[in-house]
Design a protein around this ligand. Structure first.
Ligand code: DAH
Length: 349
């Protein structure tokens, strides 16, 4: 019987040693759980196995082995708790280490966006005309043949259509507007004189693209309708705009021209901002920069929107916005504005 006792005690001692040695190598919560089940588990734990076998031993031995087993059990449970606590502490200090915050570091800069030079130019144009009493309107880019052409006295087959190569959506009926002049009609249809409106916006032309031509670009349309209104008022407004935008010393000249929706029609130029009219590369040695088209609104157009040309008259003008932006910022290729190259755009921050 003495051997039996030694056997149980040996098994217990072996178990204890293995359990302690293994515990020291475990570094995860799952590992600890698994360890606990294996050695101390109520169902199949090794120690439980020994305790279950106690019944076969004679009384005195049963007591001795039982006590020894309980001592080992308590010891192992204590060690398990210690190991758990140690792991938790290690994890926390590791997390603190990883999340270490150096409050002396400089702040991280968030890049700040800014307005596109074309949008900025549109805003400035709006501001200048607002000061002269004009209101800023908006209009559709997808337009009907009627508003883009017919109502502007450009019937089907009119040769003036050749000046504006059109992107058709439904051929002959729906198009991408080729000019902001469509809004002259839309505005006059919706309000009674006096009218003082400008409409900036994108226009589209099916053109070969180069440094001064884009298939999509921007115009601003101007329209003033009143009972008394002359071409000298038009001149005054355009001149004032040129001076506000490009400097008080600017001069403007008008040249006779032709547009189907104005009569008389004129194109206007501004003396070159680069050479003050002396002649240089920017103005192609003419001393003048082309600014836009204009004229007195054609009686046919007025009649078409229900205005009586005997009572009302007015002027209209159209300016290319990219052209203005190119001049004010010294940009020599129109394609840069729509290229989205940040190296270009950041210069306008
Ligand atoms: N819409 C014309 C164009 O794109 C420009 C223009 C000329 C507008 C005369 C006008 C105007 O309002 O009166 O070429």
């Amino acid at each position: 019987m003495a051997t039996a006792r030694t056997e149980e005690e040996q098994a217990l001692a072996g178990l204890r040693e293995r359990a302690i040695a293994e515990l020291a190598t475990i570094a995860t919560a799952e590992g600890l759980d698994e360890w606990r089940t294996r050695f101390l588990g109520r169902e199949r734990g090794e120690l439980t196995g020994i305790l279950k076998g106690l019944g076969k031993l004679p009384g005195e031995q049963r007591k001795a082995v039982g006590q020894a087993a309980n001592t080992v059990k308590n010891e192992l449970e204590g060690l398990l708790e210690q190991r758990k606590a140690a792991l938790k502490a290690a994890e926390q200090s590791g997390a603190l280490e990883r999340e270490r915050l150096d409050v002396t570091l400089p702040g991280r800069m968030t890049p700040r966006g800014h307005i596109h030079p074309i949008s900025q130019t549109i805003r400035d144009i709006g501001r200048i005309f607002s000061q002269m009493g004009f209101q800023v309107y908006d209009g559709p880019e997808v337009e009907t043949d009627y508003y883009n052409f017919q109502a502007l006295n450009i019937p089907q087959d009119h040769p003036a259509r050749d000046m504006q190569d059109t992107f058709w959506i439904v051929p002959g009926q729906i198009l991408l507007r080729t000019q902001t002049s469509n809004n002259q009609i839309r505005i006059m249809e919706q309000m009674q004189p006096p009218v003082r409106a400008i409409v900036p916006g994108r226009v589209y032309r099916n053109e070969a693209i180069d440094a001064s031509h884009e298939a999509a670009f921007h115009q601003v349309e101007g329209l003033l309708i009143d009972e008394t209104c002359t071409m000298s008022d038009l001149r005054g407004v355009v001149e004032r705009f040129a001076r506000e935008m490009f400097g008080a010393e600017r001069k403007v000249r008008f040249r006779p021209s032709y547009f189907p929706f104005t009569e008389p029609s004129a194109e206007f130029d501004m003396d070159c901002i680069n050479c003050d009219g002396a002649g240089c590369r920017v103005c192609k040695y003419s001393g003048w920069l082309e600014m836009g088209g204009s004229g007195m609104v054609h009686p046919k157009v007025l009649r078409g929107v229900g205005y009586d040309p005997a009572t009302y008259r007015g002027f209209a003008f159209g300016l290319g916005i990219e052209r203005i932006a190119m001049l004010r910022y010294g940009v020599d290729d129109i394609r840069l504005f729509s290229g989205n190259d940040l190296r270009f755009l950041r210069q306008f921050a």
